[in-house]
Design a protein around this ligand. Structure first.
Ligand SMILES: [Zn+2]
Length: 325
């Protein structure tokens, strides 16, 4: 999930991409040659690129429902890039929302290096566990630290009972103990935290038969819950905050490489590029296995995120490879 699984590849020259990646990630590595102001990592990200990144990261693409990103944002991006004109095609797979945009589907690929750049489109998600008689929607926290979820506004995605196959979003907040007035002393002092099974959603229902109200809205166990934390620029300079950097950022980097390759088609005379957006990473890296197995690249670069261990509290940075913002 958060572990860096980047393979150092002897990749063809893909100008500025690596630098831009470092700019976005928290590694903060700076080029030793501070030379030209043209270096991508020394420039402010253009607003339209930032907006695209925010849309990509913000696509509601929980594990198993990744088409919101791969078809809702990525596919239109490649079409706008001129994939048809360039002769690139999209590989799709039955029962799997993962997708691969291929620069060399036709013709002689002999002697060409096939390089797959792979981000994963799925993101971790909370899920509805059960609905209480009082209308509380109990949720599983997935890989989130429960304490960090309290008070967050979220979106609950439920299937519309009147139009099966279509989903609609319901606003909610994540709650646990309620107001401080109801909390035991250990919680007030910070000695006691929040157990995962104490988390529930508040949807602001009122009146009688609240469980029936929720069921009428289509809310069911297993429904997806995502944070409402859009990507926004920070006050600290060319930085940003928001949810689901893992791994919209990896997909964004793959897409930005595609943009560079489209602008320099001569690259594809020697290299067949496979821009991959995998599904089901968070539950076992199943999606990327399918893509790699089917397309057999010579080099596969998995693009994912990692922590800034210097900034993360309580972490002994000596236990990790050095990364800092
Ligand atoms: Zn990841």
């Amino acid at each position: 999930m958060l572990a860096a699984r980047r393979l150092a590849a002897t990749a063809p020259p893909l100008p500025a991409v690596a630098a831009q990646c470092h700019h976005l990630r928290h590694s903060g590595r700076r080029g030793s040659s501070s030379a030209t102001p043209a270096a991508a990592h020394e420039q402010r990200m253009p607003d339209d690129t930032f907006d695209f990144m925010a849309r990509l990261i913000g696509a509601p693409s929980p594990v198993g429902l990744e088409a919101a990103m791969t078809q809702g944002v990525v596919a239109p991006f490649f079409k706008e890039l001129g994939a048809d004109r360039l002769g690139w095609i999209e590989h799709k797979f039955r029962g799997n929302a993962g997708t691969v945009w291929d620069t060399g589907p036709e013709g002689d690929t002999e002697g060409k290096l096939t390089v797959m750049l792979c981000g994963h489109a799925d993101k971790i998600r909370m899920q509805v566990r059960s609905i209480g008689a009082d209308g509380k929607v109990w949720i599983n926290s997935d890989s989130f630290l429960p304490l960090t979820l309290l008070g967050n506004t979220v979106t609950l995605f439920s299937e519309d009972p009147a139009a099966l196959g279509t989903y609609r979003s319901l606003p909610a907040t994540v709650e646990a103990l309620g107001a401080i007035h109801f909390a035991p002393p250990e919680s007030r002092s910070g000695k006691k935290g929040i157990a995962p099974n104490e988390l529930y959603l508040e949807l602001g229902l009122h009146g009688s038969k609240r469980k029936a109200q929720l069921e009428a809205l289509g809310v069911r166990a297993g429904d997806t819950v995502l944070l409402d934390r859009p990507i926004t620029r920070c006050a600290g300079g060319d930085t940003f905050s928001g949810a689901y950097l893992d791994n919209g950022l990896g997909c964004f980097v793959a897409a930005e490489v595609a943009r560079k390759v489209a602008a320099t088609p001569s690259i594809t005379e020697h290299v067949r590029c496979l821009f991959a957006f995998a599904s089901h990473e968070e539950i076992g890296r199943f999606g990327s296995r399918v893509l790699a197995q089917e397309l057999r690249p010579d080099v596969l670069v998995a693009i994912d995120v990692n922590h800034d261990y210097d900034t993360a509290p309580t972490q002994g940075k000596e236990r990790y490879q050095p990364l800092k913002l």
